[in-house]
Design a protein around this ligand. Sequence first.
Ligand SMILES: [Fe+2]
Ligand SMILES: [Fe+2]
Length: 269
Amino acid sequence: MKDFGYFQVGSVRLREEPARDECFKVVRRDTEMNEYGGDGEQAQRESLHRHMSNEITSLDIAAQCLVDYPDAPWGLRMELARQCWDEARHVALLHRRLCEKGGYKGEFPVSAFEWSVTCAIPDLPGRLASQNRTFEAGAMDVVGGNIDAWRAAGDPQTAEVLEGILADEIQHVRFANRWIKHYVDQDKRTLLKVVMAVRLVAEANAALQPAAGDVNAVGKVMEDPTERIPAVNIEDRKLAEFSDDEIHEILRQAGFRSLVSSSAKEARP
Ligand SMILES: [Fe+2]
Ligand SMILES: [Fe+2]
């Protein structure tokens, strides 16, 4: 089995990327990615390609947790195995949609940032706090906001794919919240592991994310990182069993911007 080494960014030690097919160019910084502004065809394909790559990374992380923690409780291992199945399906769905829109695997650079952070964490509660409770919960916010945007751009098929993916992601975040609570109930010191994990995520973000005014590989001027924080998907975070206090703190960090659900919008006069 491949032994994954580490790499250093400033004071932060991160895990080397997993193998990727030859067609992919793997980069480490957002400025090396090809994120385009707007909703042109190229921007849409790149968004699908980036999301597809992130789903591959989620699959790798869940699978690596199964390998690294064979003694974890059976119920948690089953959740991680089901997550692998879900993420594999998400990759296939997004790949199909990418091809339908004229794109192809390897069309744009990819990164494995979430793997590099999460797999640098030496314990399972910390990895769940990083990947499921932070990155995937953040993806629920992003995807929740993108669904309406795809419809507005005249692409209801992609919106429907994202709705299906979002339903699965809620469960990935929810089981992590449940199992972290279980570990903390058994041993309060687990909270320290969770805090260390969240701190590593913050340090890695600070070390690798673009600053306001940086220009990416396709000439897009990057916004200030605080302006890239998505509106909070309160409804789905509740379904994923974040507490009201936790949601309030997440809202505070997002400048109290939240998504308004389609059903709530329809209910408005
Ligand atoms: Fe997924
Ligand atoms: Fe997921």
